[in-house]
Design a protein around this ligand. Structure first.
Ligand code: DGL
Length: 296
């Protein structure tokens, strides 16, 4: 693992309070958040809202994205390399803001760092089962997530308990469209039409966004749904529950940061300009962004 360590800087959007700094006080330590790319920003948004005083380190592994077509062992290696990188900052908790990495690597991360609170993100099958009226739920996610043992176990358990039918829909290429910033383009709309329309035809009245990139194309999904059916269709995104789980874990461990302004620092294995642009476009933030190498 190589990379220069940098001092955390205050988010330029957050002008009050003391600057972020590295410290030995456990509650003052930062929280690491990572994704294969910019998708995890859809989770970071809720983390900032729930934990406005925290220092957040966002790591986009864009140099290795997408994860959806990679092998499980590659994703485990990437996740461990990223965690090791973030550990330089003595993070007090890690959020795996990626369904694909959670399915492949959360066990390995918890084994490597047994004392570190690690929060993962999983497709919201349980809330979807509670919402559906037709008993049919479409699950949009990467191929890797949908073929993982973790997802299939969860699916079996919830189906057995509720009788809900889950229709898994791998969305090849969709995370890439989001990475490219194509949130409203004709090609993204065509891709979504191909993925979403068959689920609605099969009777799905609830759609699970099982990849953290997908909340950014929610408006397009809603348009497609609106054109295809007049029945109400619920869309389930797990960003907020993940943030609440993080709050619970930090609270139980006495790790909430009580004072100071919140900060965000971005790291990417891809282009700095691309990550800075995504922060600005998707969250209206202008944090410092650094290009780094985190070799497995
Ligand atoms: N954002 C990621 C997820 O939640 C995956 C996208 C990808 O890299 O394929 O699954």
């Amino acid at each position: 693992m190589t990379s220069g360590m940098v001092a955390l800087q205050q988010d330029s959007n957050q002008t009050s309070g003391e600057p972020a700094h590295k410290t030995d006080d456990a509650a003052d330590a930062p929280i690491g958040v990572f994704d294969s790319g910019i998708g995890g920003l859809s989770v970071l948004k809720y983390i900032r809202a729930c934990l406005p005083r925290e220092q957040l380190l966002y790591f986009a592994d864009s140099g290795y994205a997408p994860y959806g077509g990679r092998s499980e062992s590659e994703i485990v290696a990437r996740s461990l390399a990223i965690a090791e990188f973030l550990m330089q900052y003595r993070m007090k908790a890690l959020v795996v803001a990626c369904n694909t990495a959670t399915a492949a690597a959360i066990k390995a991360l918890r084994e490597r760092y047994p004392a570190l609170p690690v929060v993962g993100v999983e497709p919201g099958l349980k809330p979807a089962a509670a919402l559906t009226q037709t008993g049919t739920v479409g699950v949009l996610a990467t191929e890797r997530t949908l073929t993982s043992a973790k997802f299939n176990l969860l699916r079996q358990q919830i189906s057995a308990a509720t009788n809900v039918r889950f229709l898994p829909q791998p969305c090849k290429g969709l995370a890439d469209q989001v990475e490219k910033g194509e949130l409203h383009s004709a090609s993204t709309a065509a891709l979504l039409q191909r993925y979403v329309a068959p689920l609605l035809e099969e009777g799905a009245d609830t759609l699970v966004l099982g990849c953290t990139h997908y909340p950014f194309v929610r408006p397009l999904i809603e348009e497609i749904v609106g054109r295809a059916t007049s029945r109400p269709v619920a869309i389930v995104d797990t960003g907020e529950p993940v943030a609440r789980q993080l709050v619970r874990l930090l609270t139980t461990r006495g790790l909430l940061r009580a004072e100071g302004a919140g900060t965000v620092t971005g790291f990417t294995t891809g282009s700095e300009t691309a990550l800075a642009g995504a922060f600005s476009r998707l969250l209206g933030l202008h944090p410092p962004v650094l290009q780094v190498t985190a070799s497995a």
